[in-house]
Design a binder for this molecule. Sequence first.
Ligand SMILES: Cc1cc2nc3c(=O)[nH]c(=O)nc-3n(C[C@H](O)[C@H](O)[C@H](O)COP(=O)(O)OP(=O)(O)OC[C@H]3O[C@@H](n4cnc5c(N)ncnc54)[C@H](O)[C@@H]3O)c2cc1C
Length: 76
Amino acid sequence: PKTVITREYPADWKRGDEPYYPINDAKNNAMFAKYQEEAAKNDKVIFCGRLADYKYYDMHVVIERALEVVEKEFSK
Ligand SMILES: Cc1cc2nc3c(=O)[nH]c(=O)nc-3n(C[C@H](O)[C@H](O)[C@H](O)COP(=O)(O)OP(=O)(O)OC[C@H]3O[C@@H](n4cnc5c(N)ncnc54)[C@H](O)[C@@H]3O)c2cc1C
């Protein structure tokens, strides 16, 4: 019986806030490459998703990515 209106506002990130989004600058991408090197040594964990790929994903993209990873894993 009621209408709810929500509004979203952009805000600059500051320390202490939840770090929602990857920032793919040169420094962070270089650090991510090091994490990837470490992850590649571990064959017990499948790394996938926003944090593991250090990429911005919307829901449909992250689901597509998960399906790709599963397909690759099961075709071994
Ligand atoms: C504010 C905001 C708004 C968004 N709006 C939209 C939208 O309107 N439409 C849209 O399509 N997408 C939207 N997204 C994007 C969508 O939420 C993501 O694409 C999706 O949730 C990514 O899924 P994921 O599995 O990669 O990561 P996540 O959903 O972040 O899942 C990662 C999980 O791993 C857990 N985790 C982390 N570290 C560890 C650890 N060490 N051990 C165990 N568990 C751990 C976390 O608690 C979390 O549950 C939005 C994202 C944000 C942040």
